[in-house]
Design a protein around this ligand. Sequence first.
Ligand code: TYD
Length: 142
Amino acid sequence: MQIERVQLQQHGDDRGMLVALEKDRNVPFEIRRVYYIFATRSEVHRGQHAHRHLNQLAVCVRGSVTIMLDDGSGPVEVVLDDPSQGLLLGRMVWRELYNFSDDCVLMVLADQFYDPADYIADYDEFLREVQGGVYQGELVAC
Ligand code: TYD
């Protein structure tokens, strides 16, 4: 599957670094929700689901995490360890998150409010839906 990263401009000076996230400038969707994951033990696997409609942008603002993505064509692993790099998590992509560093803070921007009904938590059901092509949509990186 195609991995879509977003390079985020860093505004650095002798005081430190700053990254800004802005709708349609470096985030290719309307931001309705932001959440962050932290204090996850390294042996824990999170995610293990897909979303029918949700698009997200994940930024590891501290530490590191591995994200496995699968659009039905097989898994691809991505390591996030750079606060100036975003990873697009499009709709109908199975994702699993693991290898959280102790200090990991993973921030996620989303284009929809939290909706448990949008989750597909069963991998076989995900394959059925993605192969049916009903929900597959393109998300273009900017
Ligand atoms: P969950 O989706 O299981 O997290 P992950 O995919 O990282 O394993 O969410 C964990 C809990 O947080 C669950 O009780 C639902 C809740 N939650 C919200 O209330 N709002 C949110 O935006 C998200 C993502 C989760």
